[in-house]
Design a protein around this ligand. Structure first.
Ligand code: GAP
Length: 508
């Protein structure tokens, strides 16, 4: 698949297709929608499950050094105190007092506008793919409106978190364009709170987990005590996470309820963690390519040492070229022994492991590859979305929209068509094949409409293969026509060849 070029309409096209064809809906749509929450329809849930199953198979079932886990969403509140989330899991929030809109200060940018070196005002812009261009236009407009003569200085955007107190009053709100209504940034807690049990006081306060990782740390001892794990080993978990994001945006990229696929990979404190970290970055990149993301669309963002949390040795994010720009897809962090030591201290339970090889006891260090299911799904959709032109049944060239999903993760693997729906012998043969394939894969039967239209409907949902039963199938040799979604090429195959081919493409 190609790396998607950032475009103004690609996100709109994807959102439109997802709704039209039943992949993703805005949550609570009949009540006007609920910001930051999304529901997955019939095709979306298949795609989502296929991504999760591919991840689980490749990272848990196919590895001897990995164990699986499914911990609860609500856990003892002390876990979040020990992990540091209760006190520190927040984002900097800025209010616009006039419009009542809220911004994340690290996603709001400002710059002084200088003419011949003199500051004539400030511009502000919300993080976006062309933020520099937007800010420069706003600066030129300010100069024009104020009828200033002279040379416009370079616009150097800075995060609002870096603004000095005397600048808060001067920076315009992106909502109103006027200065004076933005507050100074304050920390906004991202964990959703709830109450557990019949009491409504503070002692009943609990949290919806903002990451699955702490469920792994909290169960580390159980797995060490009950399994046959040897250092190095990992614990993997897939599950929902919740964050009260200030500005959920860009469709399912940043939402308030999402799902994570996380691994905590425990290593010796004496291990060459830099090499192991590099190996994890490469393994994760290869996995993204294996599910159909273009290698050229993936890049690495190495966090500078001075920006790392005090306990972190290194973090590299795998970035993907999303429709709204290059953004984090997969975080791969070396978190030292911080989390286990925190839980050891707060719970009073030993988190040490006995290393059979070196005959030592220690609290292991950890490498944490943490990936969002929803973000992966958006990356897959962005890379798969294609428009091309192909001839219709009458030979006229028409525009076509298709999703070039890898057969591994495509929601529908193949569609089975009788050439004509009013010929019972064709229908019977097609249904027989459909029922046979249905026992192995998610396949679709469609008899209605011209064959070209039926192909097109499947192309749009990314079904990689079309299988047509015609008169040659029932009268001659039993072969069927196998059509390739991307090339539209057709060839005749026997049923045995068909099943072998599908198996190789889907499971191989
Ligand atoms: N345990 C580490 C952790 O949670 P993170 O960078 O906050 O690290 C890991 O999140 C991954 O989870 C991200 O790289 C992203 O794929 C996904 N993710 C985080 N916040 C998200 C959100 N609000 N909506 C969708 N996905 C999100």
């Amino acid at each position: 698949m190609k790396a998607p070029a950032p475009s103004d309409t690609l996100m709109e096209d994807i959102v439109g297709l997802c709704k039209r064809r039943g992949f993703i809906f805005q949550s609570s749509e009949i009540y006007g929608g609920y910001n930051g929450f999304y529901d997955y329809g019939p095709l979306g849930v298949e795609l989502r499950n296929n991504i999760k199953q591919a991840w689980w198979r490749d990272f848990v079932q196919c590895r001897d050094d990995m164990e699986g886990l499914d911990s609860t969403i609500i856990m003892h509140p002390k876990i979040w105190k020990a992990s540091g989330h209760v006190d520190g899991f927040s984002d900097p929030l800025v209010d616009c007092k006039e419009s009542k809109l809220r911004y994340r200060a690290d996603q709001l940018f400002f710059a002084p506008v200088r003419v011949d070196g003199e500051i004539i005002g400030y511009v502000s812009v919300i993080e976006c793919i062309d933020q520099q261009e937007v800010a420069e236009k706003a600066a030129a407009e300010m100069k024009r409106k104020m009828a200033k003569q002279g040379e416009l200085g370079t616009i150097e955007l800075k995060e609002y978190t870096e603004a000095k107190p005397e600048q808060y009053e001067l920076i315009p709100s992106p909502a109103t364009g006027k200065p004076g209504s933005l507050t100074e940034p304050r920390e906004f807690k991202l964990m959703f709170e709830t109450k557990v049990g019949p009491l409504a006081d503070d002692s009943a306060t609990a949290y919806l987990r903002p990451e699955t990782a702490q469920g792994i740390f909290a169960n580390y001892k159980n797995i060490v005590d009950t399994g046959r794990v040897k250092i190095p080993f990992g614990i993997a978990q897939i599950g929902k996470a919740f964050r009260n994001e200030i500005t959920p945006r860009n469709f399912i990229f940043r939402s308030r309820e999402f799902e994570q696929m996380e691994i905590e990979y425990f290593i010796s404190p004496h291990a060459d963690w830099k090499t192991l970290h590099r190996e994890w970055i490469d393994t994760c990149t290869d996995w993204l390519v294996s599910i159909g993301l273009p290698r050229e669309g993936i890049s690495e963002d190495i966090h500078p040492e001075d920006k790392l949390a005090f306990y972190s040795q290194a973090t590299t994010d795998l970035m993907f070229q999303f429709p709204h720009g290059e953004q984090e897809l997969w975080g791969i962090a070396c978190r030292s022994d911080y989390d286990l030591k925190q839980h050891q201290e707060h719970s009073g339970k030993s988190m040490t492991i006995f290393d059979e090889t070196t005959k030592e006891k220690y609290v292991p260090h950890v490498i944490e590859p943490s990936l969002g299911v929803d973000r992966t799904l958006l990356a897959v959709l962005s890379a798969a979305y294609t428009e091309d032109e192909v001839p219709n049944d009458k030979g006229k060239v028409e525009k076509r929209v298709l999703l070039k999903f890898s057969p591994k993760i495509a929601p529908v693997k193949a569609a089975i068509f009788p050439l004509l729906k009013n010929k019972p012998e064709l229908v019977e043969a097609a249904k027989k094949l459909y029922e046979k394939l249905q026992r192995r894969w998610n396949v679709f039967y469609d008899a209605s409409g011209a064959i070209g239209r039926r192909y097109r409907r499947q192309d749009e949902i990314g079904t990689p293969f079309g299988i047509t039963i015609d008169f040659d199938t029932i009268e001659k040799d039993g072969t069927v026509t196998l059509r390739d979604r991307d090339t539209c090429e057709q060839r005749r195959v026997t049923e045995d060849e068909l099943i072998k081919f599908l198996d190789e493409q889907i499971n191989g």
